[in-house]
Design a protein around this ligand. Structure first.
Ligand code: ADP
Length: 299
């Protein structure tokens, strides 16, 4: 029973504290027994507040459960779909390669060149699709925490050469030259395929955003760390975008001129982080960009 104003305020505050902690000692019987109508109203209001809060909390936790389930279903779908897509794509690529090799025996005359060009175009589209599927596989591995590293003793200069050879044609098509700047071997324990992937992504971006200007890949090693730099002289990145481009789906270039998912740098940053390294960018609009990756040399 509440007697005077001071006591009423004190008791209301106690109830509020109790409600804040997720409990409430006000019962329907206590409200019915209260003789003061105003106090009765206050108690009923507090009880209702408690019930509303309880309901909102239950709803919130049910929604969170639903959200977690939806995210899990999405991740599972992404994982299964990307793995399933890889098999037919690989087969398709092998079929095209087989056709390209047997082509001279199948067709002759001016037709040969035409068919060869079409096969080459098809191969390139398959490679693009395969790269997109590989991106999906990586996103799925990273988000589900299933990324695994396999380190081996290797020379980073070899990795740089492999990537430069593989992307040489693409660079040439866009008008950019690709040069390697290395003063000697850079040995260390690296996950070669992951380093290859990061470098491939940086060089592919340099080609895409490099406006046909020369691209240089630098590689050098200090005592404990190795450094890879990819420098282009292309469109550059404004200071306000330089931090966010390493986040998922973030893009800075106008999508009307440049396609892309905005995932390459995010994947690269995640891989570099998993390898214990860092990735950074220095860039100026209309002057160009330099992406730098530092990696530890020992496991
Ligand atoms: P994507 O290139 O597929 O959009 P990325 O994650 O690889 O995705 O890159 C994110 C964004 O960073 C790009 O959309 C582009 O705006 C910017 N960017 C990346 N590399 C370069 C570069 N070498 N020069 C200029 N902008 C770049």
């Amino acid at each position: 029973m509440l007697s005077n104003d001071g006591k009423l305020v004190e008791e209301v505050l106690e109830h509020i504290a109790e409600i804040g902690a997720g409990k409430c000692s006000i019962t329907d019987a206590a409200i019915a027994a209260e003789r003061d109508a105003s106090v009765q109203q206050i108690l009923a209001g507090l009880l209702m507040l408690h019930e509303d809060l309880q309901y909102a909390q239950q709803r919130q936790s049910a929604l969170l459960d639903e959200l977690r389930l939806a995210v899990r279903v999405r991740d599972e779908f992404l994982s299964v779909a990307s793995h399933e897509l890889r098999t037919p794509l690989t087969t398709l690529g092998l079929q095209i390669d087989g056709l390209s090799h047997t082509l001279p025996g199948l067709v002759s005359g001016p037709q040969t060149e035409k068919v060869a060009r079409r096969l080459e175009l098809t191969r390139r589209q398959i490679d693009r699709l395969a790269a997109l599927v590989a991106t999906l596989v990586d996103v799925s591995r990273i988000t589900s925490g299933k990324l695994q590293l396999t380190k081996e003793h290797a020379d980073l200069v070899d990795v740089v050469r492999t990537v430069a050879d593989r992307l040489g044609d693409d660079a040439q098509r866009s008008g950019s030259s690709l040069s390697i700047d290395a003063s000697g071997p850079v040995w260390g324990d690296f996950d070669v395929s992951r380093v290859d992937q990061v470098l491939t992504n940086l060089v592919a971006n340099a080609i895409r955003y490099g406006r046909g200007q020369p691209i240089a890949i630098g590689v050098d090693g200090k005592n404990a760390s190795a450094r890879l730099c990819v420098q282009d002289h292309g469109i550059g990145i404004a200071p306000q975008h330089q931090g966010r481009i390493f986040q998922q789906f973030e893009r800075a270039a106008p999508s009307t001129n440049y396609g892309g998912l905005g995932l390459g740098l995010w994947i690269s940053a995640q891989l570099v982080d998993a390898m214990g390294g860092t990735i950074s960018v220095r860039s100026e609009v209309d002057v160009g960009s330099t992406f730098t990756v530092e990696l530890p040399r020992a496991s």
